[in-house]
Design a protein around this ligand. Structure first.
Ligand code: AP5
Length: 216
């Protein structure tokens, strides 16, 4: 099964991709996490990507398409995957369509998580992330048992470098300019499933499973 998750920054793509990945036993492929790892390791990709990410802008399509194409050839993606954060532009969507078309493995569904700007900003400003297992927490809605440590592995939680209010506003604007056109792109292909994501995590998960019931 092959899925793409779309939605504003903070819509809960990562949170719900983890839920679906655990249920189906297919990998969650987060381009944001992969880029942040590259930044942390100081690779050439990381150094280049950081300048875009810290401004709240997108990393160039050529880099992203190569990165995802390589990842989809890994053995764990052979039975399916959830793409969390890819694609974000029409050229990326066309490139993925070509790669999957050649392999005879088209997407089963594109899930669009719908939230408003106010929720997006509150979710991102309140988020902290475990750098080891990538689990996310929220100071208001899903705090860790210990204020600053990951419940799963005890690693100190971190804030991302693109989570200040100004950068978040830029990320919302970039989404509207460059990613929103994908809604029409996938609606035309009849794979788009919209999920109202303005609800607690478990309710959104139930809505997601409901939206996907004919393909699961
Ligand atoms: P990326 O890391 O993918 O960021 P994003 O898409 O902006 O999304 P977020 O990770 O901020 O949010 P999310 O929807 O996953 O929400 P989450 O589940 O964490 O990308 C970062 C950057 O990398 C981009 O800006 C770009 O520069 C670059 N990049 C990545 N992919 C790229 C591409 N393909 N092309 C070009 N550039 C690319 O939830 C948020 C918070 O809310 C958490 O605290 C969570 O606990 C909480 N929460 C979640 N759901 C709920 C709920 N239902 N109720 C209450 N709280 C909730």
């Amino acid at each position: 099964m092959r899925f793409v998750f779309l939605g504003l920054p903070g819509a809960g793509k990562g949170t719900q991709a983890r839920v679906l990945s655990e249920r189906l036993g297919i990998p969650q492929i987060s381009t944001g996490d992969t880029l942040r790892e590259a930044v942390q390791e100081g690779t050439a990709l990381g150094i280049e990507a950081r300048t875009f990410m810290d401004r709240g802008e997108y990393v160039p399509d050529g880099i992203m398409v190569r990165m995802v194409d390589e990842r989809l050839h890994d053995a764990d993606a052979s039975k399916g995957f959830i793409l969390d954060g890819f694609q974000r532009t029409v050229p990326q969507a066309r490139a993925l369509e070509e790669v999957l078309g050649q392999a005879g493995t088209p997407l089963d569904a594109v899930v669009q998580f719908l939230i408003g700007d106010v929720t997006a900003i509150r979710r991102i400003i309140g988020r902290s992330t475990c750098p080891a297992c990538k689990r996310t927490y929220h100071q208001e809605w899903s705090p860790p048992a210990d204020d600053s440590l990951c419940d799963a592995d005890g690693t100190p939680l971190e804030k991302r470098s693109d989570e200040d209010a100004l950068t978040v506003k830029r990320r919302l604007a970039v989404y509207r300019e460059q990613t929103q056109p994908l809604e029409a792109f996938y609606a035309e292909r009849d794979v788009l499933r919209a999920v109202d994501a303005e609800a607690p995590v478990a309710v959104v998960s139930a809505r997601m499973f409901d939206a996907l019931r004919d393909v699961l």
